[in-house]
Design a protein around this ligand. Structure first.
Ligand code: SAM
Length: 472
């Protein structure tokens, strides 16, 4: 029985409700009056229900689709302006006891080199990341309570935050590790993590169990209820996502939005971010053997509808996607991207000759962070290395209410400008630096609040004298 307030996975992600939603949306997919009414409603910037969003997903009418894309661009501009937040993944360990059929870290893979970074190796990785200009990381590990216990993750977070190399600093560590206990989430919160990220992979219980035949991840309920435990443990910024390609996309799209509705209903705050990864080839994984892959056109449509359905939630895309695809979805909703990523354990500090391939999946966008920043600036986007929100206590519903009130322009824009200036001064080549400084000059003028604007000008000026880490 569907109940978004329930704490039981099979009730807030109710299979019958998902199937009924898809059937209803398919029946109504030519009802342009209803479709246009739903699109009109997105002007209120209050988002859509999973049923409304599902109907838009089924819609094939050219004019209506055009309107959906226009609304997505408009809403993105309204909430996020042209800012794009930058991050990099950091793989700590690929030991794994699970049997996920799509991931090369699965326990039966005996030939992939298993590695776990020592604290000294983490130092080297973090220095390499700082030297690229990164300030925000997403930690990644396989699941292995013996080889990679929570204590190791906590110690690693401490190490990462402690490293200050030249002007570098990692100021926000997000964590993407397997579903765990309330107690462990509490420890992660105490260690000062930003967002806790966990992909659902698929919301379809039957498929989920087939895709995760062995190991603790096999337990659908435990995995699906992880965000509730994280929130109970005090983490109020959580990041959801499905791995597109594993299951029928319509089902997972509806499940994802129902999950967001559940978190909002029970905890008063929806997901801080949603990631939209697509399955990739990897060591012993052939993505073409999975028959549910989605085309670029469909992917673009999904991003646009997510943008208007959950306008206050950041959308993340990784280097699994090519430069071309990333450019396409930036327009319609993506607000965070990774750059210069390595998906192998130790991949940042290793030279190519040293590299033994322990990577999780193949990367499509192989450019350096500097090249990605240069490209974003040329497209008219404002790359942001901001990590201020959670350090200023703006997490969970405090962050959401600020976003919903449209007040983020007086916070996010100044922070984006100041962190881009840091990047320009400390890490950019001459061309990128000039592009960045021009962008900063143009955008600073648009800060709505006069007082804030003046402070930003002062801080930008003080940075020339070597001052760093100003924030609102
Ligand atoms: N081990 C953690 C867990 O159990 O959730 C998460 C860390 S894993 C390093 C991060 C994500 O990579 C997974 O949640 C999965 O969605 C994704 N992934 C795994 N295999 C992949 C593949 N072949 N292509 C693309 N993404 C993949």
């Amino acid at each position: 029985m569907y109940d978004k307030y329930s704490l039981k996975a099979t009730e807030f992600i109710d299979d019958t409700e998902i199937k009924d939603t898809i059937a209803w949306a398919e029946e109504n997919k030519d009802n342009l009056t209803l479709i246009n009414k739903i699109i009109d409603k997105t002007d209120e910037l209050k988002g859509l229900t999973h049923r409304e969003a599902a109907l838009l997903l089924m819609c094939e009418d050219e004019q209506a689709l055009q309107r959906i894309f226009e609304q997505a661009s408009k809403i993105k501009q309204e909430f996020y302006g042209n800012r794009i937040v930058m991050f990099a993944p950091l793989y700590l360990s690929n030991y794994c006891v699970n049997g996920c059929t799509y991931c090369p870290y699965h326990a039966k893979n005996k030939h992939i080199p298993r590695k776990q970074l020592s604290q000294e190796e983490i130092r080297r990785e973090v220095i390499a990341l700082q030297d690229m200009g990164h300030k925000r990381l997403a930690l990644e590990t396989g699941e292995d309570p013996v080889n990679c216990p929570i204590e190791y993750v906590l110690e690693s977070i401490k190490t990462i935050y402690s490293i200050k190399h030249k002007n570098g600093a990692i100021r926000r560590v997000n964590v993407n590790i397997a579903a765990t206990t309330v107690e462990n989430y509490r420890k992660l919160k105490e260690a000062g993590i930003g967002t806790y990220i966990l992909f659902q992979e698929t919301y379809n219980k039957e498929q989920y169990e087939l895709l995760h035949p062995t190991g603790p991840k096999h337990n659908y309920n435990y995995h699906t209820e992880a965000m509730d435990r994280a929130m109970e443990g005090g983490i109020d910024d959580v990041g959801c996502g499905v791995l597109f390609g594993l299951n029928l996309y319509k089902y997972d799209f509806v499940g994802l939005l129902m999950h967001a509705e559940h978190l909002e209903a029970v905890h008063g705050v929806g997901p801080h971010t949603i990631s939209v990864p697509r399955l990739r080839d990897a060591d012993d994984i052939d993505a073409s053997e999975f028959k549910n892959g989605i085309s670029d056109e469909l992917f673009q449509k999904i991003v646009a509808i997510l943008r208007i359905a959950v306008p206050y939630t950041g959308l993340i895309i990784s280097t699994r996607e090519s430069k071309k695809t990333r450019e396409m979805v930036l327009k319609y909703g993506v607000s965070q991207i990774s750059g210069g990523s390595r998906t192998s354990v130790g991949g940042y500090a290793e030279t190519e000759e040293e590299e033994e391939d322990s990577s999780q999946f193949e990367i499509s966008d192989n450019r350096t962070l500097g090249q990605v920043v240069n490209w974003l600036l040329k497209l008219g986007y404002l790359p942001s290395f901001c990590t201020a929100c959670y350090r200023e206590g703006r997490t969970g519903d405090r962050f959401m209410s600020l976003v919903k009130a449209g007040q983020i322009k007086n916070c996010c824009l100044p922070n984006a400008l100041m962190t881009l200036k840091e990047f320009a001064e400390d890490y950019a080549d001459e061309e990128t630096k000039q592009l960045a400084l021009d962008m900063i000059a143009r955008e600073a003028e648009t800060i709505p609040n006069e007082k804030v604007r003046e402070i930003v000008y002062k801080h930008l000026h003080d940075m020339d004298g070597g001052m760093r880490d100003f924030r609102f």
